[in-house]
Structure formats: C-alpha cells, structure tokens
Design a protein around this ligand. Structure first.
Ligand code: ME8
Length: 510
C-alpha cells in the first residue's frame, strides 16, 4: 500500500503564517497516521515561486524575484521541523527538474490539441494570479479575497482548452462523489463546472518570471499550471522516502496522489483546472481533494496581504509545536472555518492537554511507582474499560481516510476522558489502603497503563514529541496502528516523566 498526501505549495511573496502551518500540520497528521499503518508514504510540501505575486513583491522591495524566493523558501522550509512536520520532500517551483517536467507535460497537452493562441481580455487579480469571471468580482472592481482593485488585462496568450472538458468533468463528479470533500465544496465546484467552462490562459506574454514556454520563448507558463504540476513533477526527482528503496520510480509508486489538502481559496484551480489538465496530459487523477476552511481572526481571513497575522513561531516557542498542532486540529473542525485566538488556545492547553492528558499520564505513572514500585502487574485489561476501546483504531483510521481529522481526534480524546473517569470510579488510592484488594489494584493500574499506551499511540500523529516521550516512559516504543488495540502491548515498567504540558510556561518575550 502507498499513500501520497500534499499541501498547496505556498507563495514566497511573504513569510509563512499560521494558515500555512495549519494545512501543513493536517497533512502531517495524515502522513504519520499512514506510516503507522505500515504503508509507504510520500508527503510533499513546498513553495510556489513564479508569477506576479512573487515578482511584484520582489520589485516592491527592490530585489530580484529569485532573491525573494530564495529568502522566503528558506523560511517555509524551516517551518516544517519547527512544527514537527515530517515531509518527505520540499519542492520549489524554481527547481530545474520541476521546470523541465512542466515543459514536458504542457508540451504534451499542446500536442494533444488542447492549446491555441488567443486574446485574453478581462479582470485579473495579481495577488491571486487569477483571471476573474464577472460573477466573482466585488463592488468597485475589487478582488473578493484581497480587496484590491483588479487590473484590466488584455494580452495575446496561448489558451488551455478547458471548455473541451466540460462533459468529462461532469462525468467525473457524477462517478466519484467523494473526489472533492466536504460536500459543500463538491457542490460549489460542480456548480462552477455546470455554469459553463471557458478556456483559460495557459501562458503569459507580459511576464518573464516563470517557466519558459518551449515552443515560444516570448511566453512563460501561467503560474497556476506551473504550480499545480508540482504534485506530479516532485515524484520524478525527489529522493525515495524512508521505507522505499533508493532509486525507486516514485511516480509509479505514488501517482496518483491520494489526498490534496487545500483551503477554499484555491478550490477552482484544484477541482476544475487540475483534473482537466491531467486529462489533457493523459495522466491519472488524484483520489481526493479535501478543502478545509479558513482560520479566522476577528472574523477576517488571516493572510499575508491583510497583515493580521498570528505568529506560529511565538506559540511554538512558548508552548511547543505539539500544543499548536493539537489546538488547530481540535478547536477548528477540519473542513469548516473557525476563529482562532490566544484565549481559546490557552483554554484548550490548560483544560485538555495539561489537565486531561497531562494529569492522566502523571497520575498513572505516579500511582504505579507509589503502589507497585514502577512495575506494571501482568494480566488482562479490565473488561469494563476494554469495552469502551473496542474497534477504536479502525474508527480513527476510517475518519482519517476521509480527512476528518477533528473527528478522529475527538474519538481518541473521548478515551482520554474515559480513562480519567476510570481513575475516579476505581479510586486506586482507596484500593491501596485495603490489603484484600491487591488484585483489584493490580488490574486497575495495568488497565490504566495499557489504556494510556493505546491512546498515546493514536495521538502520535497529532502530538508526536509528547507521545514519544510518554511512550518512552511507558517502555512501549511500538507506534504501529495495530499496537493501538487495547491489550496489544505489554507494559512491564514505567519510569518517571516530567510534566508533559507544564502550566507555568513563560510568556514569549515581546
Ligand atoms: O495559494 N486559513 O499560495 P498561498 C487556512 N501558491 N488556511 C490558510 C489560510 C487561512 N487563513 N491562509 C493560507 C497559493 N492558508 C498558491 C497555491 S498550489 C498548487 C498553489 C493555506 O501562499 C491554505 O492551504 O496563498 C491555502 O489554500 C494556502 O495556504 C494558500 O497559500
């Protein structure tokens, strides 16, 4: 089995912000989970470096686009390890191998008869790098996303015959109802298609910052076609990920992608242009496109251009990457818009990470140390508890297969709460006072240790470093999904552990 997941490639016109971190964390949760299933996994992220968004930003700074791209690509690259993100490759669209692949695929699209020379006239947003249909324009000729005034463009370009794919796209949507999720996004994409597809520019005459068009050097490819192809081109030159023999043909192993994760701002490119382009190039289509919502601050989409940016680095510095990952996956239902704030972050951190998981871990370990000198009594898990864990790994896997990352986390978290209730119900400290209840105490301590181990294995994709620390203290290093069944592990001894989620973290220096 193989699993290939991607994030959008981010524009290097500015530094990364929480919105980028969000998609990247989500993709990481999926990649880690699939590694737990023993699958061959390829997880791709990277940067989109061509086109007006980058050229204009560079010129505004008085530098060349390549210089800005180099500078900001480094910052995006550095974000991944800070978020504990385990991407297998980082693609930059200025990689020469990517550029060559773009030229190869788009030449094939032309040979297949889907490219012609025409004149484009219409409204254009240089921040979106998007030609806007009349129905997509806000009052005063403004971009509905960036609120800037649109420019009127008229240029001779090569066009991609998108209209030729009207029927095939409608068929695709009819045959594969889960190809775009959530359903509202599927409907949105389908209604765009049904409203009638118009051909779109494939190249830009006016721009020089892009991949040169091999059959006409006065043009570069329109940045979106260059960018979308990253998902395919990366496989032709990335090194093999862990677990896949070096020198393997990654395209054969991983194409088509299983999941593209995106936000709704780039829905049309991924759900309309992208499948049409792949059809035109005779390539297989990805299995799923999952469209998550926006992280909102004060009700406005957070973005580089609007400037109201919550800095993920500050959160990580103070609370650690796991806390940020948990917060984003837990607080904002994946697939919907959600407001983020420091207040709700701190509430989740304290009430759930510190009080629920942190305390469960510390008291379980402390009681085993105190009552049984750190040794976990062997035997079966208490059936009362086992009942509430039956089928849990499979349920979590089912949610993650549909990119329902918040639902999956909630399934797990209900068991964290169940374990805390079990402690209260059984009151091991009372059993410890009664010599005749020794076996009951053994059973309770063992069940708690095993329950904690099982939930921690499932939490690993969300909380990788805390989960590894905790499993280390439980002497249970198996991270496989199979080992997340209650009773699949046999903990012998526990070791002391420092607080997983300390409450007295210092505010970051401002
Ligand atoms: O669009 N909430 O790049 P980009 C949630 N280069 N997610 C957010 C977000 C927010 N407030 N802000 C950004 C581009 N994102 C193109 C993509 S792909 C072939 C080319 C995330 O830097 C989300 O994933 O504007 C969104 O789709 C993406 O960043 C846009 O990043």
């Amino acid at each position: 089995m193989s699993f290939y997941v991607t994030t959008p490639i981010y524009y290097v016109n500015a530094a990364p912000h929480l919105g980028h971190a969000y998609t990247t964390i989500a993709a990481d949760v999926m990649a880690r989970h699939h590694r737990q299933r023993g699958e061959e996994v390829f997880f791709l992220t990277g940067t989109d470096e061509h086109g007006e968004p980058v050229a204009d930003a560079a010129h505004a700074l008085g530098i060349e686009p390549q210089e800005l791209a180099d500078r900001n690509a480094e910052r995006f690259k550095a974000l991944a390890p800070q978020l504990e993100v385990s991407n297998d490759f980082f693609i930059r669209t200025t990689d020469p191998q990517h550029e060559a692949k773009v030229q190869e695929v788009l030449s094939r699209v032309r040979e297949n008869g889907f490219v012609y020379m025409g004149t484009y006239e219409g409204w254009y947003c240089p921040r979106c790098a998007d030609f806007k249909a009349d129905s997509e324009i806000d009052e005063g000729n403004r971009c509905p996303i960036h609120h800037i005034e649109l420019t009127r463009e008229q240029e001779d370009n090569y066009f991609f015959r998108l209209s030729a794919f009207q029927e095939r796209l409608e068929e695709l949507y009819a045959e594969r109802e889960d190809w775009v999720a959530p359903r509202t996004r599927y409907n949105e994409a389908l209604s765009f298609i049904r409203s009638g597809l118009r051909d779109v520019p494939l190249t830009r005459h006016k721009l020089t910052w892009g991949v040169p068009v091999p059959w006409d050097e006065e043009h570069v490819f329109y940045v979106w076609f260059d960018a979308l192809l990253n998902y395919y081109s990366a496989l032709s030159y990335a090194p093999s990920p862990e677990g896949v023999p070096a020198g393997s043909d990654l395209t054969a192993t991983f194409w088509p992608a299983n999941h593209h994760l995106i936000a709704k701002d780039i829905l049309r490119f991924h759900t309309v242009y992208w499948p049409a382009l792949l059809m035109a190039a005779e390539l297989e289509l990805p299995e799923h496109i999952f469209v998550h919502g926006y992280l909102l601050m004060e009700g406005e989409k957070m973005s580089k251009s609007l400037g109201n940016v919550l800095d993920p680095f500050a959160v990580i510095e103070r609370f650690g990457a796991d806390a940020l990952r948990f917060y984003l996956m837990r607080d904002v239902p994946f697939g919907q818009d959600g407001s983020v704030s420091t207040t709700s972050f701190e509430l989740r951190y304290e009430s759930e990470l510190a009080n629920e998981l942190g305390n469960l871990a510390s008291r379980t370990i402390a009681m085993i140390a105190q009552f049984r000198q750190g040794t976990v009594p062997p035997g079966e898990v208490d059936p009362v508890l086992a009942e509430d864990f039956t089928g849990l790994p499979a349920r979590v896997a089912g949610h993650i297969d549909r990119a329902e990352l918040t639902l999956a986390l909630d399934e797990i978290w209900q068991r964290v709460r169940r374990l805390n209730r079990y402690v209260e119900e059984q009151a091991p400290w009372r059993l410890a006072k009664d010599d005749s209840r020794g076996e009951d105490l053994d059973s309770v301590l063992r069940s708690l240790a095993e329950g904690l181990r099982a939930v921690t294995v499932l939490l690993w994709p969300y909380l990788p470093s805390s989960a590894e620390r905790l499993l280390g203290a439980l002497g249970a290093s198996d991270l496989s999904l199979a080992s997340a069944e209650l009773g699949a592990g046999a903990i012998e001894r526990v070791s002391p552990i420092d607080s997983l989620f300390p409450k007295d973290t210092q505010p970051a220096a401002s």
